[in-house]
Write a new protein. Structure first.
Lengths: 130, 153
């Protein structure tokens, strides 16, 4: 099973559209199904509710997932949110996480979101998930 | 490229693109390209432990961005450089939370001082055989949002 997060956002919605267009089955994690109407009632899309920052809410979303593509909103708690998701994924046996980042995610950046992406990349690399 | 759609109010009403980027060049990517790349990465797997880079196909000054929007909508659009502080105040006036506006202010300063992001890198497009969308193509596809009168039926 493939899992996509952030699918109601700017980048994620384009990725979700490609899955729909190619009719490739995908599970999509959303906080609120009511905010994902464009993906509702599409036979190849399985909508599952959960919150990336709340580990105990992710059981159904991560069950049987081999590979996940991780995107979350650019809020000040993005590092905590994505690291929680990485921990939950590892515990659920996810083998591979693809992280969406920014080209300014370098150690020398002063841009807080660039630095946050860098911190998450390092956490992911240390997690043992490829 | 979709970040420029946030600037549509001043483009539509004043024919002006107000950004605090001086003469900086950026290479924005169309999120439709990102969608295709993300789809292939998630569907196919592989590339474990690798970082894949992707940008748009052109390095553009904001004057060049404004010129392409102008071509797409058939109306003049000019780039008006403003100061980082004016940009920060404008974001806050439009309801962007102060913490986010401050974060973006850091990004503006970094970009003004010659970016970490100014080199075109199409290696990931080539890897998946995805044709990179140009800014003009993006602007034409979104011409109505940028203020082109809708085609009469």
């Amino acid at each position: 099973m493939l899992l996509l997060t952030g699918a109601t956002g700017a980048s994620g919605s384009f990725i979700a559209s490609e899955f729909v267009r190619h009719q490739v089955p995908v599970r999509v994690l959303v906080r609120d199904k009511a905010k994902a109407k464009l993906l509702d009632n599409i036979p190849t899309v399985e909508l599952v509710e959960g919150d990336m920052s709340n580990r105990s809410s992710l059981g159904a979303a991560l069950d049987g997932v081999d590979r996940a593509l991780m995107i979350s909103t650019s809020t000040m708690d993005m590092v905590e949110t994505q690291c929680t998701f990485i921990d939950a994924s590892k515990a659920a046996g996810v083998r591979h996480i693809i992280k969406f980042s920014g080209l300014d995610a370098r150690p020398e950046t002063t841009f807080p979101f660039g630095r946050m992406h860098k911190d998450i990349e390092q956490y992911l690399e240390a997690s043992g998930i490829t | 490229m979709q970040e420029y759609l946030r600037e549509t109010p001043s483009i539509v009403h004043q024919g002006a693109l107000y950004l605090a980027l001086g003469e900086t060049k950026l290479n924005p990517i169309d999120l439709a390209d990102v969608g295709k790349i993300g789809f292939r990465l998630l569907q196919d797997g592989g590339h474990e432990g690798h970082r894949l880079h992707a940008t748009g196909p052109e390095s553009l000054t904001m004057a060049e961005v404004a010129d392409r929007v102008s071509q797409a909508i058939g109306k003049p659009v000019r780039y008006v450089p403003i100061s980082p502080e004016q940009r920060r105040q404008a974001l806050i006036a439009h309801g962007v939370p102060a913490q986010i506006a401050d974060a973006l202010d850091k990004q503006v300063h970094e970009r003004l001082h010659g970016g970490l992001e100014s080199e075109v890198d199409l290696s990931t497009h080539r890897l998946f055989n995805i044709r990179p969308t140009t800014f003009l193509e993006f602007a034409k596809r979104n011409a109505e949002a940028f203020g082109k009168a809708s085609a009469e039926s």
